[in-house]
Design a protein. Structure first.
Length: 98
């Protein structure tokens, strides 16, 4: 089973990811390569050791938009994610320039 963590590149989400150490899917606003770089930076800031950074390779990143229905994912991807998810940790925060 999978743990889904929104906001994994942020403060709360990265700490949750370090703590979990399980199979994790992390929806992210940016494309997966850019999100992986941000996630590596966030994990270092959260105190992840080499094991935590090595686990980064196992994190499945999906491009999303938490402000849209179904996280902005297509219906098939959203349904598959919902079926495999054991836990969902919503740590994302919306921010838009005023």
């Amino acid at each position: 089973m999978t743990t889904v963590i929104t906001g994994a590149t942020g403060f709360l989400g990265s700490h949750r990811l370090v703590r979990d150490g399980r199979r994790v899917t992390a929806p992210a606003r940016r494309d997966p390569p850019a999100a992986r770089g941000r996630l590596a930076h966030a994990l270092k800031a959260a105190g992840a050791g080499q094991g935590g950074l090595a686990a980064l390779a196992e994190v499945r990143l999906l491009r999303d938009d938490v402000s849209r229905p179904c996280l902005g994912l297509d219906t098939g991807t959203y349904r598959a994610l919902a079926e495999e998810a054991k836990e969902i940790w919503h740590c994302a925060a919306g921010h838009r320039p005023a």
